[in-house]
Design a protein around this ligand. Structure first.
Ligand SMILES: *Cc1c(COP(=O)(O)O)cnc(C)c1O
Length: 379
């Protein structure tokens, strides 16, 4: 295969080998627990289907998505693993949920009854996970009413209870009483019902949980951002080697010399204070590269950092390379490594006053995604 990326002015590069390595490291760390990979929001911006396919090859057991549509996309692409829809679902979507053999999160008796009506009408069973509220206060049935909900689900033939779970609110803090409390509440609830039911997957941990609260691994874990190579704080030693594997790259589209005292880009928020060599990078906020990085962010060219000058436009932005050299067509790194230098997404997230998740999800399809080291390419 030729190096396709050379055909595009800007692209996202995704290193499948590092992705699989991350999965392997987490797999070892969680021992016998099942590995559910949350791949909502286009696999955290990495591309839903290629990431799911690589994850299956690397031995992931389960997938978590937010929307029905994401589940359907995975099934249509031939993914056979169990897929749990963690987000909201309208009951009119139930026929599709059943058709594509997707699993549903249930957190109230009210919703359960609406779903039951649809399932009975279709004469089909629905696989569900019951979400227990333990401290997130987002969705989830309170433990006190959880028993009643479970009773209903177990006595209504159209339901198959596959899992019982909850979600951490503050587990990215390694020494957090709130998380400890959530674990306690969840364990109390499950210990009350464990003797009465069997064959249920108990799951609780997100990335923070997997990093810092191994006692919460239970039957299955759901680390999202960690699998994509980002982690909340410091990594425990057993997770060493986990790295991000997404880079954003572009070819320098234009070169010019700008004399002293000239404003650059919309609003002239930056003015040259000397003769400067300015290059134009063909990426903008229309691709998901955040406008908040205007006059703050940096890019790598020839292994050196250079500042973004002026406002980032929808499709391009400018970089001041001072008196250095760079030619049109040369590679600029917006996120990732070049020679010995690196620009990390976490650093950009800080500059944007946000978290890596939000920037990742913001990359849309205008930047083509190229998957390298997938075992299929030769380059
Ligand atoms: C998104 C999500 C996760 C993954 O969270 P990370 O912080 O990326 O590990 C796990 N569980 C649920 C219910 C989620 O919505």
């Amino acid at each position: 295969m030729t190096n396709q990326k050379l055909l595009e002015p800007a692209w996202i590069e995704i290193d499948i080998k590092q992705f699989k390595k991350n999965i392997g490291i987490i797999r070892k760390h969680i021992q016998n627990s099942l590995f559910c990979l949350p791949i909502k929001a286009n696999a955290y911006g990495h591309g839903l289907v290629p990431i799911a396919q690589a994850a299956v090859e690397a031995g992931v057991d389960y997938f978590g998505v937010a929307r029905l549509q994401e589940g359907i996309q995975l099934r249509t692409a031939g993914i056979r693993k169990p897929i749990l829809i963690l987000g909201a679902l309208d009951e009119v979507q139930i026929p599709e949920l059943l058709h594509y053999e997707l699993e549903l999160s249930i957190a109230s008796l009210y919703k359960a009854k609406l779903v039951a009506k649809q399932c009975e009408r279709m004469g089909q069973r629905c696989r569900v996970h019951v979400e227990i509220e333990t401290g997130m206060q987002r969705t989830g049935v309170r433990p006190a009413t959880g028993i009643e909900l479970l009773n209903y689900l177990y006595t209504t033939p159209c339901f198959e209870v596959v899992g019982i779970y909850s979600h951490f609110a503050t587990a990215e803090d390694p020494y957090d009483e709130g998380t400890q409390h959530q674990i306690t509440v969840f364990n109390q609830f499950t210990s009350e019902i464990k003797s009465k039911i069997s064959n249920v997957i108990y799951h609780l941990s997100n990335s923070g949980g997997v990093c810092y609260y191994p006692q919460a691994n239970l039957n299955m874990v759901r680390p999202g951002i960690l699998t994509f190579g980002y982690f909340p704080y410091l990594l425990p030693e057993t997770l060493n080697g986990i790295e991000p594997f997404l880079s954003v790259k572009a070819k320098i589209a234009y070169f010019k010399v700008v004399a002293k005292n000239h404003g650059i880009s919309y609003g002239h928020s930056y003015k040259t204070n000397a003769n400067a060599r300015i290059v134009t990078i063909p990426v903008g906020y229309g691709d998901g590269y955040r406008r908040a990085l205007s006059n703050k962010g940096e890019v790598l060219i020839r292994g050196r950092r250079y500042p973004i000058v002026g406002m980032i436009c929808m499709d391009q932005f400018m970089v001041n390379i001072e008196q250095d050299e760079a030619y049109v067509g040369e590679e600029a790194i917006l996120i990732g490594k070049q020679n010995n230098a690196e620009i990390r997404l976490t650093e950009l997230a800080k500059l944007c006053d946000t978290i890596p998740y939000e920037i990742l999800c913001g990359f849309n399809d205008r930047l083509p995604r190229y998957y390298i080291n997938s075992g299929l390419d030769k380059g």
